[in-house]
Design a protein around this ligand. Structure first.
Ligand code: ARG
Length: 573
């Protein structure tokens, strides 16, 4: 629809002083119902600039647009100028574009190959991958696909939490209460059990903390035994994380985690000193941020150990040098907002103008029955359990509805995982989510399975039109007769299709994949109204072909949208 906005703006620019084409295009709105046209100019927004009453402006605009070939009709009503597109040419242009661009419909060259770094998922080694980590993984993956679709070169970084004092605790716990077989067998849950046990025991026996600190120092100093155990914990954890990534269809270009920066921090600390930013405070080193109403950023501990801030600052400098990014995006929960504000400020104070290209894309907390998820207490739903249960539940539904289906396992995976992903992306990312099984797995309503099911419905119609073989649009002699799609339901569906490209661009600007999820629900609903009101495989060949072209266009667009937010689109459900 943006192309039409631009065309209207071009016509109106000479008439409206003080506003350029882009400003005018931005003023154009989509009216809430079809009687008010396809586009509308709210003229009260211009009355100050033009020093005229809104209705007078609307009438003037109407007269100006009287003889434009691609408009059917223009009306001036209550200060709005309502534009009705020439339906046939609009429909024809829209369906042509989708049918020819297929999987690329909506893709644009906005990025010109510029680099974008996205830091997401970034779980902590030896701790469970819980539903709290689900959001960063899902949002980050969707953002990657959206930026990629719009012509950016995206570098996906998994900034693993693979360093810190918890490794000292884990080594102590492992040596006291663990065994190699048990860890090999149970992986992260055993490592986590040991970690929790350490905390329990340390409450009674504080010297355990001392031992843990000593082991972490050995680890930092390169001690062989400490490093062997650390590496082993990392490998065990990664094996499990990868199972989840595979289920979710998520990948990374770099797994450079916190430990990667161990040998790169000293020069950065020196640089902070040279730039007179570092201050000593009871033996620790920090950057004061009082001026900016923030607590100081801690750079070195009393014992000289580095901190989360130190590693993030070092990583940002490394990424800038390595990837020369246009933007470096951190998809991390809102609980860490202050952390990011602090160290972004430090980078700015260091004199790097690219500090403004660092962006924290935050998201709300996930709570379970009202309790915040915490790794310490152990009240976590492990993500792998969540996904396996979603798949199992989907399989039950398929068994009861469609027991004869051939690839039940595969479809149950696609739909079950899709339900979880879509649930996560169904509201603005800043909102907190109360995780509920019922909602995540609700197969009716505004959910992933509903959109996937609508996609499969399109495929099924197309298959029937092809006598059971394939989902391509059947070949047809002659051009598409768009006058066959003038009824309300068909026209509304075409208009909905036209909004896809601009929705993708908006989702990128706002870093809000939920805009695409909501769009897909709207498109699916619009299509289903058409489907219920307009029989498709009718005798009349011109009508049949036009309706099939619409079905195919919806199928392509649903599939493209689902792919962008990380869902698959099975052809049969
Ligand atoms: N490992 C951290 C956590 O699980 C998230 C890391 C986010 N990325 C970063 N560059 N700080 O809380």
């Amino acid at each position: 629809m943006n192309a039409y906005k631009a065309k209207v703006a071009e016509e109106l620019a000479p008439l409206i002083e003080g506003l350029d084409q882009q400003d005018i295009a931005q003023l154009l709105e989509y009216p809430p119902n079809p009687e008010m046209g396809d586009l509308s100019l709210p003229c009260f927004k211009l009355s100050k600039t033009l020093r005229k009453a809104p209705q007078a402006i609307a009438e003037q605009v109407r007269d100006q647009l009287q003889n434009v070939a691609w408009l059917d009709k223009v009306e001036a009503v209550s200060g709005y100028c309502n534009l009705f597109l020439h339906k046939e040419s609009f429909i024809e242009g829209q369906l042509d574009e989708i049918l020819s661009r297929k999987g690329q419909f909506g893709a644009q060259e906005l990025g010109n190959g510029k680099n974008i770094v996205i830091d997401y998922s970034s779980p902590n080694i030896a701790k469970p991958f819980h539903v709290g980590h689900l959001r960063t993984t899902i949002i980050g993956n969707a953002l990657y696909r959206i930026f990629d679709f719009l012509g950016y070169n995206v570098i996906r970084v998994n900034h693993l939490g693979d360093w810190g004092t918890q490794f000292g605790k884990l080594i102590v716990a492992y040596q006291q209460w663990g065994s190699e077989e048990q860890v090999e067998q149970d992986g992260i849950s055993e490592l986590f059990r040991l970690y929790v046990k350490f905390h329990d025991e340390a409450e009674r026996e504080p010297e355990l903390e001392e031992q843990a600190r000593a082991w972490f120092v050995r680890l930092e100093q390169g001690d062989e035994e400490a490093n062997r155990l650390w590496k082993w914990f990392v490998d065990i954890s990664l094996k499990e994380f990868n199972k989840i990534y595979e289920l979710l269809g998520v990948g990374f270009d770099s797994y450079a985690g916190e430990s990667f920066y161990n040998d790169k921090m000293a020069p950065v600390v020196q640089e902070l000193k040279d730039k007179k930013l570092l201050e000593e405070d009871e033996g620790a080193m920090l950057v004061r941020l009082d001026e900016f109403n923030m607590p100081p950023a801690l750079i070195l501990k009393k014992d000289g150990g580095t901190l989360y801030h130190t590693r993030d600052i070092t990583a940002a400098i490394y990424r800038k040098t390595t990837y020369d990014f246009e933007k470096c995006i951190y998809v991390v929960d809102a609980g860490q907002s202050l952390h990011f504000k602090q160290w972004f400020k430090v980078v700015e104070l260091m004199g790097y103008d690219w500090a403004e290209d660092l962006e924290h894309v935050s998201f709300g907390k996930v709570s379970l029955e009202g309790a915040k998820l915490s790794t310490r207490k152990g009240n976590v739903v492990m993500l792998e359990d969540l996904l396996t249960q979603a798949i199992a539940k989907t399989k039950e539904i398929i068994e009861s509805k469609n027991p004869a289906m051939d690839n039940k396992e595969e479809v149950a995976r696609q739909v079950g995982v899709g339900a979880v992903i879509f649930n996560d992306l169904s509201t603005n990312r800043v909102k907190d989510i109360v995780f509920s099984w019922d909602e995540a797995l609700n197969f009716d309503g505004e959910t992933g399975p509903y959109v996937q099911y609508t996609h499969a419905r399109c495929c099924s119609v197309l298959r029937k039109a092809n006598n059971g073989e394939g989902t391509e649009l059947p070949a047809f002699d002659g051009a598409l007769d768009s006058s066959q799609l003038l009824n309300d339901e068909a026209y509304a569906a075409v208009k909905q299709l036209a909004l896809f490209p601009e929705t993708v661009v908006q989702a990128m600007h706002k870093m809000e994949p939920s805009l695409i999820s909501r769009y897909l629900v709207d498109l699916a609903q619009s299509f289903n109204r058409f489907y219920h009101n307009c029989p498709i495989l009718v005798e009349d060949q011109a009508l049949r072909q036009a309706r099939l072209a619409l079905v195919k266009s919806v199928q392509i667009t649903l599939s493209n949208g689902l792919r962008l937010i990380g869902l698959e689109s099975p052809e049969k459900i």
